[in-house]
Design a protein. Structure first.
Length: 602
C-alpha cells in the first residue's frame, strides 16, 4: 500500500473553475466563441512578445529568423523586464476578460496563466539566490550543449548564425561572470566543492584545435560536421570553418579563461556549508522553492516525514524481492551485493544503449493498450557528450521541436558504467522515454488547440510526477519480468522517496553533504558515484528533487480513486487522456479535473 500521508492532501484552490462535468455539458454560445478567439489571440501575442526577448527560446521552438545568431540577454535588468512583462500581461488579461464569460477550457487557460504569473511573483524576490555557475546549470556547459543539440544548420545562413553565436559567447559569458561576481559579493556562492566541476567543464570546452595542437575541440568538430553536410561550394565551407575557428580563438577562449580565473578566485572564499539555509533569506527562499516545485503548501518537515514513511514502505517491498531471489541476509547486505556485483553492470556503452533500444521497442508495441493518445514526434537515445558528462546528471530528456525538425531526446550519462546499474535500466528508460517524459511532453507539444504557454511550459510536480508514475505503470503493463529489474524499479522509487528526506535535510535541517551521502548509502542500493552526484545536484537545485515523489503519489492516489469509483468501467487510456490532455497543471487542478472526469463516468 502506498503511503499517502495526510500532509499530502492539497487544499482547494481559491480560484474557482467549473468541473469538467458542468463544463462539458454547457453548449458554446456565439459570445463564448468570440471571447475564445479573442483570448487565444491575446495568448499568442504574449507568446510572441516573450519569444522576441528570447533568441534561444525561438531556437528551441525551431524558429530561425533574424535572431538566430544571438543569445538571450544575461543581465538582471533583462530578468526584471521579463518579469514585469508577465505581470503586465496578467493585469491586461484580468482587465479584458471575465472568466464567467469564457468556455471551460478557456477558463482553465485563464486560471493557469494567473497561476503562472503568481508563481513568478513569489519567486522574483529570490531571483538572485540562484547560482550562475554550477555543475548542473552553468552556461560553461549549457552554451556548447545548445550549439550542438539545438542550433540546426540547414543553410549557409544557419552556419553564419552559428559563427555569430560563437562570437557572442565572449560578451555573453562576461555578462554572466559579472552577475556571478555581484552575487558572490552578496554572499550567494555555491559550496567550495562545486567549483572544480565548473572549472573542469570550462577547460574541456577550450581543449583541442584550434586552441591547441590536439584533435578538433568539441565546438569546432560540431561546426565542421554541420557545415560539411551543406550543399555549398567547398570554398564557402572552408571560409565558414575558418571564421568559426577565429571566433573560438578570439571570443570563446579568452572568455572561458576569464571564467576559470573568476571561479578560482571564488573557490578560495566559497563557503563550506551546503544548504541554502546559510543565505540571508534562506528559510523563506527554500519555502518558496518547495511550494514552487511541489505546487503544494507542504512544510519542509511534512515533506521530510512523507519521505521517511515511503522509504519504510519501499524497504518492505524490497524485502519481498529478496525472498523471491533467495538472498539470505539483511536489506543493507542485499544493497551491497547489488551495488558491487559485476553481473549488474554493463562493460560497454554500446551494450547499454542497445539494451535501452530493445526495452523501448517492446514498450512502444504495448502502448496502444494503455494510451489513446500517442506522440507523433520520434524519440532518440543519446549518450551525454564527453565535454559535460563528468558533471551532468545521470539521465535527462529534451522535448522535440514543434515543427518536427528535432526529435525528443533521452540523454543517458555513460561516463562511468559503474554508476549505471543494469537493474535500473528499464525504469530509467520508461521514465525518460516511453511512457514517461517523451510521451507526456511530446503529446503536450502537439496539443495544437492549447495556448503556447500551456504547450511549451511546465509544472515540475506534474511532469516529474508523470515520469515516476510511468516507472510503476511499466509493471502494470507486464514489464520488469526479471525480479532484479523490478528491484531496480523499486530502487528508483526509493531514490525519489529518499530525495524528500535528504533535500529537506540539507536545506532545512542543515545536514552536511556528507550526512546526506551517508543517508543514501545506508538506505539505497545505488553505487557510490551515483549517490555523490545526486547529493551534489540537490545542493545546487534546492527544492526541485521533491517534485517527483509528491507528484507521483498524487497521480497514483487519483488513479486508485478512479479505479475504485468506476470499477469495470475504468479504462487506462481514458484516464491517461484525462491526465495528459490538459498539459501540465498544478496538482490541485489535476485533482479537480480527475474528480470531474470520474463524476462524468470516466
Amino acid at each position: 500500500m502506498r503511503i499517502l500521508a495526510t500532509a499530502l492532501l492539497i487544499a482547494a484552490s481559491p480560484l474557482a473553475i467549473l468541473s469538467p462535468t458542468a463544463a462539458q455539458s454547457a453548449p458554446a454560445t456565439p459570445a463564448t466563441q468570440a471571447n475564445s478567439a479573442e483570448l487565444a489571440a491575446f495568448f499568442e501575442q504574449v507568446d510572441a512578445e516573450n519569444l522576441a526577448a528570447s533568441p534561444q527560446g525561438k531556437a528551441y521552438r525551431g524558429i530561425r529568423d533574424q535572431d538566430y545568431g544571438k543569445w538571450n540577454d544575461p543581465s538582471d535588468a533583462a530578468e526584471v523586464a521579463n518579469f514585469e512583462r508577465g505581470q503586465t500581461a496578467l493585469a491586461t488579461m484580468k482587465a479584458r476578460f471575465d472568466p464567467a464569460r469564457l468556455s471551460a477550457e478557456d477558463r482553465l487557460s485563464y486560471r493557469l496563466f494567473e497561476y503562472q504569473a503568481d508563481r513568478a511573483a513569489k519567486a522574483h524576490p529570490f531571483r538572485r539566490n540562484g547560482y550562475i555557475f554550477d555543475q548542473m546549470n552553468g552556461a560553461q556547459s549549457q552554451m556548447p550543449a545548445f550549439l550542438i543539440n539545438i542550433h540546426r544548420v540547414a543553410t549557409k545562413s544557419d552556419a553564419e548564425a552559428y559563427v555569430s553565436r560563437l562570437q557572442g559567447i565572449g560578451p555573453q559569458l562576461d555578462g554572466l561572470i559579472a552577475e556571478s561576481q555581484s552575487r558572490a559579493q552578496a554572499g550567494v556562492m555555491p559550496p567550495k566543492w562545486v567549483y572544480p566541476f565548473v572549472i573542469d567543464d570550462a577547460r574541456n570546452v577550450i581543449k583541442g584545435a584550434p586552441f591547441d595542437s590536439g584533435a578538433p575541440s568539441t565546438l569546432l568538430a560540431d561546426l565542421t560536421k554541420k557545415i560539411e553536410a551543406l550543399d555549398i561550394p567547398a570554398a564557402e565551407k572552408a571560409a565558414l570553418i575558418a571564421q568559426g575557428s577565429q571566433a573560438l580563438l578570439t571570443s570563446v577562449k579568452p572568455s572561458y579563461e576569464r571564467l576559470i580565473a573568476e571561479m578560482e578566485r571564488q573557490q578560495a572564499i566559497a563557503p563550506a556549508e551546503d544548504g541554502v539555509w546559510r543565505l540571508e533569506n534562506g528559510a523563506a527562499y527554500y519555502a518558496e522553492r518547495l511550494a514552487n516545485y511541489t505546487t503544494t503548501d507542504l512544510s519542509p518537515d511534512q515533506v521530510h516525514q512523507i519521505g521517511l514513511d515511503n522509504v519504510a514502505r519501499i524497504h518492505g517491498e524490497m524485502r519481498e524481492i529478496m525472498k523471491t531471489v533467495g538472498f539470505a541476509g539483511t536489506l543493507q547486505e542485499f544493497f551491497a551485493f547489488v551495488r558491487t556485483d559485476d553481473r549488474f553492470y554493463f562493460t560497454t556503452r554500446e551494450e547499454y544503449l542497445a539494451t535501452v533500444d530493445d526495452k523501448l521497442k517492446a514498450m512502444t508495441a504495448k502502448l496502444p493498450e494503455y494510451f489513446n493518445t500517442l506522440p507523433k514526434a520520434p524519440l532518440t537515445v543519446k549518450a551525454v557528450e564527453a565535454f559535460r558528462e563528468k558533471s551532468a546528471g545521470k539521465a535527462f530528456y529534451q522535448s522535440p521541436a514543434p515543427d518536427g525538425s528535432r526529435p525528443g531526446t533521452y540523454y543517458v550519462n555513460l561516463y562511468n558504467l559503474k554508476d549505471m546499474a543494469s537493474t535500473e535500466l528499464e525504469a530509467l528508460a520508461y521514465h525518460e522515454g516511453l511512457p514517461g517524459h517523451h510521451l507526456q511532453r511530446a503529446v503536450q507539444t502537439e496539443l495544437g488547440d492549447l495556448p503556447p504557454f500551456r504547450r511549451f511550459g511546465g509544472v515540475t510536480a506534474y511532469t516529474e510526477g508523470w515520469g515516476l508514475y510511468s516507472e510503476e505503470l511499466g509493471k502494470d503493463m507486464g514489464f520488469y519480468v526479471d525480479p532484479y529489474s523490478d528491484f531496480g524499479r523499486l530502487g528508483m522509487e526509493l531514490w525519489r522517496a529518499c530525495r524528500l528526506v535528504v533535500d529537506t535535510g540539507i536545506h532545512h535541517k542543515r545536514w552536511s553533504r556528507e550526512e546526506a551521502i551517508q543517508y543514501l548509502t545506508d538506505n539505497t542500493p545505488n553505487p557510490e558515484g551515483d549517490i555523490s552526484k545526486a547529493i551534489e545536484r540537490y545542493v545546487v537545485y534546492p527544492g526541485q528533487a521533491n517534485a517527483y515523489m509528491i507528484g507521483k503519489l498524487k497521480i497514483m492516489e487519483l488513479r486508485d480513486r478512479a479505479q475504485k469509483a468506476l470499477g469495470s468501467k475504468f479504462q487506462y487510456g481514458r484516464f491517461h487522456d484525462a491526465v495528459l490532455k490538459s498539459g501540465p497543471v498544478p496538482l490541485t487542478v489535476l485533482e479537480e479535473r480527475i474528480d470531474g472526469w470520474i463524476a462524468m463516468g470516466g
